[in-house]
Write a protein of this length. Structure first.
Length: 169
């Protein structure tokens, strides 16, 4: 079995001249910490966490980890402007020594990935929404990451800031 946790960065400030430099808002910092506690409490430890180089994504994972989320973080430049194919390639290329993979990135790509990977029966559970600070954990009954196919993921866990009581927005 393989576990994939897709994490959209928490709420970020608007209007920075350099999009990569945008940081989390106060609410975003609180949401990232709440998400980290939830990941820890849910036992969603990752062997490896790929993190977009955008400051808001790096901050989200740092604050989540400080709050208890576990996983060896590695910066992944490809996540900044990734499309669905990029996400699928990154997942497929993950080594078999990684049983649980986290990905911290951006929308619309992460929502597209969740929608594409989830089995049809589970897709409606996301409610068509993937707000900042959301995480979705998908299970795949495969031996190798490269065997993952769209439509074969089972929804394991799902959280948004609103569901966690963190406020969100």
């Amino acid at each position: 079995m393989r576990l994939l946790v897709l994490i959209r960065h928490a709420k970020a400030e608007r209007g920075a001249a350099d999009d990569r430099a945008r940081r989390l808002t106060g609410q975003g910092r609180a949401d990232a910490a709440a998400l980290g506690r939830w990941l820890a409490d849910a036992g969603l430890d990752a062997d490896l966490v790929l993190v977009s180089p955008a400051k808001r994504a790096e901050e989200t994972w740092r604050l989540a980890a400080e709050a208890g989320a576990r996983g060896r973080a590695v910066g992944c430049d490809a996540l900044y402007d990734a499309n669905l194919d990029t996400i699928l390639d990154l997942v497929a290329g993950c080594g078999d020594g990684v049983a649980a993979l986290g990905v911290v990135g951006h929308n619309p790509t992460l929502q597209e990935a969740a929608d594409a990977l989830l089995a049809e029966r589970d897709g409606a559970a996301l409610g068509g929404s993937f707000p900042p600070g959301t995480a979705v954990a998908l299970r795949f009954d495969v031996e190798h990451w490269a065997e993952i196919r769209p439509g074969e993921g089972a929804l394991h866990r799902f959280a948004t800031p609103r569901l966690l009581g963190a406020g969100g927005g």
